[in-house]
Every structure is written in structure tokens, then in C-alpha cells.
Ligand binder design. Structure first.
Ligand code: NAD
Ligand code: MG
Length: 394
């Protein structure tokens, strides 16, 4: 029998890689919902190719174009945040959560409520609402499978292991596009500079986050939330080759590493076929050809986002939601050329500081609504701070 699948963020980097795997075994899947943004042509082409039940764009103004592109196909079309949630409420055996940013949170939540499997690429879900999301999955007998490469690697290294024997978890970081730049030049880095990732081909936002290590900061928090591991047992190390994705250290001193080519289709495919392993079209590593694997400490002066992640993990409660929203605003401003690369961390820190005076950050987020409200309040505050900084420098 075919498996029913929905893909949120189908037009993005992860979404397209997911469709690439599904395309190779078309008969095994039935596509329920595909969602995207402004890339209506891609969304419509994929919806046609895979005979989706429904195609949803998150932008209302894109609906007429989507409707036109799919007219006569019998494929339903819709637009907007509510439509995304309705699409998530349609039953599907397996749902890929690959929208970028906090916008991916609500659809993932809804998919879990039906007790099905959620393949989670959207790390922001765990950063903003980790305890809630995990509790929601437990309450509905749903399963979350990690798709971030490092977390998939940890997940795989933990198969058959006792969590009580886990001493530490190390997620690797490529260091991003600017890792070898002299520190004093970083302030001049442009969007194009930050987007020139040495190993991974990803969406623009995560690629820039990779250069600033905000991506790794989010992933440290993601590790804490997904695996329930104490922050002092979680660490990161720079590994320029991106071959070792993560390592798990046990109480007998053993360190289990997960190695693989830097190709997201591995982690996506693992989540798609779990608990089985199936053939995947990824490059096989030739160790002799590779010759060296390097590791070095991540310098917290170069990457202030890492220290902020530590602060967020220590605070808990709403700190993750504030951190993520402030980071998204800082990134928007950097992309728009209004904030220097090296000023993103300062804006996030100032926003965390300001928000800690407005709400009790340590309070647990008790509902999805609370998380979304905190996200919203933070964005307003971060915009204010960013604008007042800009006025000062103008
Ligand atoms: P992307 O920018 O390539 O694609 C994002 C998708 O989300 C697109 O389909 C876009 O239309 C949609 N989208 C954007 N804004 C939206 C909004 N406000 N509402 C609804 N939909 C919206 O991003 P990506 O690189 O594929 O990353 C997706 C997620 O997966 C992110 O959370 C990212 O951190 C995570 N992730 C990505 C990679 C990777 O290799 N690309 C690796 C690990 C984790
Ligand atoms: Mg990752």
C-alpha cells in the first residue's frame, strides 16, 4: 500500500531533496499536501507531477497565479497561514516539516496531533517550543524523526543504547563561509560572502546562519530539546570537511561517530524509511582519498552566537522563542543591508536583555499561542532596537 506524504516547504532546498527521493520510487507514495511561498511555478509543477491533493502557498497574493497554474487539474489550491494549518490537518502517514523559520511551527504541531510521523527539518520548532512539541508528540502517540544532519547522526548513533550511558554529544560545524576570514574583516562581510558555503548546498537563510554559527547555536538547543540531554554534555567542534556529522560519547569512553557525504538526502532518506535502512543515492566516502579529517575548537569570540545559545539553554522557558525571533529579525536586517554581519549577535543579545525585562523568560511556554505571542512581541522589540541602532549610526 502506498504511504501518504505531505511536505511543508516543498519548494525549498530540503523539500526538493525530499521530492527527489520520492520521485525515485513514485509508486510507493501518495502526495497529500505540498506547500511553498512565492515560487508558484515550482509548486505547481511539483503538484502536477506528483498529483498532490492540495497545493498551498503561504502568500495570499500568490493564490491567483497558483490557481491559474493548476486549473483543470483537480488539485485543490489555497493560500495563507490558516490554509497551511488546514493542510496539516489532512491525514498523512509521514509529514516533512521544512518551512524555514518559526512559520514552520504551527503546521508541525497540527501534523503531530493526528499521531503520525513528523520528519523535522525545521529546527526552529524545537528551539522555540521544544518541551511543548515533544509533549504533544507523546500525548498523541506521534513520532518526531530528526532531519537536521547532526541530529539524525546522533539519533542513529543512539540506536540500541541506554541514554543513561551517554556522557556527551558533540555536533560538528563546518564553520561556514567565513571561518577562515581574519576576525577584523568579518564586519565587512556581505550577504554574497556569507552565502558561499564550502560544503553544503542549502537555503539562503540557513547558509548565512551557518557562517555566523547561529545555525549551530540553534542546533545546540535543538540537541538539548530533542534528546533531553543536559546542556553541559552538549558541545560543538569545527570540522571543515563536514564528513563527521556528530559524535556520541559513552560512559566507557567510547565515542561513536556518524560519517557520511554532506548530502541532506541521507538524513531525509533515513527519516523517510525509518526504522529500515534503504539504498540512497548519496556519494560513498572513500577514506583513503579523503586522507584527513580535521577538528578544532569553535572560538566563541569569533562566534558569539554559541555563548548566547548557552545562555538560552540555562534560562529555558521562553528564552528559545525570543532567541529565535530576534535572530530572524537580525538576519532580515543583515540581508537587507541594514546591519553588519558582526552586529547580528549584538542585536540578539540586546533583544534577549530587553525581553527579560518585559516577560519572565524562565516561565515555561504553556501553549502554542504563548509561543507565537512571545515570537511576535520579540520581533516588535527587535525591530525597534534595530531601527534605533541604525538611527544612531546614521
Ligand atoms: P529554503 O529557504 O530553501 O526553503 C524554505 C521553504 O519554506 C520554501 O518552500 C518556502 O517557500 C517556505 N517558506 C518560507 N517562508 C515561509 C513562511 N513564512 N510560511 C510558510 N512557508 C514559508 O530553506 P531550507 O534550506 O530548505 O530549510 C528549511 C528548514 O530546514 C529550515 O528550518 C532549516 O533550518 C532546516 N534545515 C535545512 C537544511 C538544508 O540543508 N537546507 C539542513 C538542516 C536543516
Ligand atoms: Mg545541521
Amino acid at each position: 500500500m502506498s504511504r501518504s506524504v505531505s511536505i511543508f516547504g516543498a519548494t525549498g532546498s530540503i523539500g526538493q531533496s525530499t521530492l527527489d527521493l520520492i520521485r525515485r520510487d513514485r509508486g510507493a507514495y501518495r502526495i497529500v499536501a505540498l506547500t511553498g511561498g512565492r515560487n508558484v511555478a515550482q509548486l505547481a509543477a511539483d503538484a502536477r507531477e506528483f498529483s498532490a491533493e492540495i497545493a498551498v502557498t503561504c502568500f495570499d497574493d500568490c493564490l491567483p497565479a497558483l490557481r491559474e497554474a493548476l486549473s483543470g487539474t483537480g488539485i485543490a489550491v489555497a493560500a495563507g497561514a490558516e490554509a497551511l494549518i488546514e493542510a496539516a490537518d489532512r491525514p498523512a502517514d509521514w509529514t516533512m516539516s521544512a518551512i524555514v523559520g518559526a512559520a514552520g511551527l504551527a503546521p508541525g504541531f497540527h501534523a503531530l496531533r493526528h499521531g503520525r510521523t513528523l520528519a523535522l527539518a525545521n529546527k526552529e520548532s524545537l528551539v522555540t517550543a521544544g518541551p511543548l512539541l515533544m509533549a504533544e508528540a507523546r500525548a498523541h502517540g506521534a513520532r518526531i524523526l530528526p532531519v537536521d544532519s547532526e541530529h539524525s547522526a546522533v539519533f542513529q548513533a543512539l540506536v540500541g543504547e541506554d541514554m543513561a550511558a551517554v556522557e556527551r554529544v558533540i555536533i560538528t560545524a563546518s564553520g561556514g563561509a567565513l571561518r577562515d576570514w581574519p576576525l577584523e574583516r568579518l564586519a565587512q562581510a556581505t550577504v554574497a560572502d556569507a552565502c558561499a558555503h564550502p560544503n553544503w548546498d542549502m537555503g539562503q537563510r540557513i547558509t548565512i546562519d551557518s557562517a555566523s554559527m547561529f545555525n549551530k547555536a540553534l542546533e545546540l538547543i535543538e540537541t538539548r530539546e530533542f534528546f533531553g540531554i543536559a546542556p553541559d554534555k552538549i558541545d560543538t567542534v569545527i570540522h571543515p570537511q563536514s564528513i563527521v556529522h556528530a559524535l556520541v560519547g559513552f560512559n566507557d569512553g567510547a565515542l561513536m561517530a556518524h560519517l557520511g557525504a554532506p548530502d541532506m538526502r541521507h538524513a531525509i532518506g533515513y527519516a523517510l524509511h525509518w526504522p529500515e535502512r534503504r539504498d540512497l543515492p548519496v556519494e560513498r566516502i572513500d577514506l583513503a582519498k579523503l586522507a584527513t579529517l580535521e577538528f578544532r575548537a569553535a572560538d566563541e569570540a569569533r562566534f558569539p552566537a554559541l555563548a548566547l545559545a548557552r545562555q538560552v539553554m540555562a534560562t529555558g522557558g521562553g528564552a528559545g522563542a525570543v532567541f529565535n525571533a530576534a535572530k530572524e529579525v537580525a538576519l532580515d536586517h543583515f540581508i537587507a543591508g541594514r546591519l553588519r554581519f558582526t552586529d547580528m549577535a549584538g542585536l540578539v543579545e540586546a533583544t534577549l536583555d530587553a525581553m527579560s525585562r518585559e516577560i519572565r523568560l524562565t516561565d515555561a511556554m504553556d501553549s502554542l499561542e504563548t509561543v507565537l505571542q512571545t515570537d511576535h512581541l520579540t520581533r516588535v522589540r527587535a525591530e525597534d532596537l534595530a531601527n534605533s541602532r541604525q538611527e544612531q549610526t546614521a
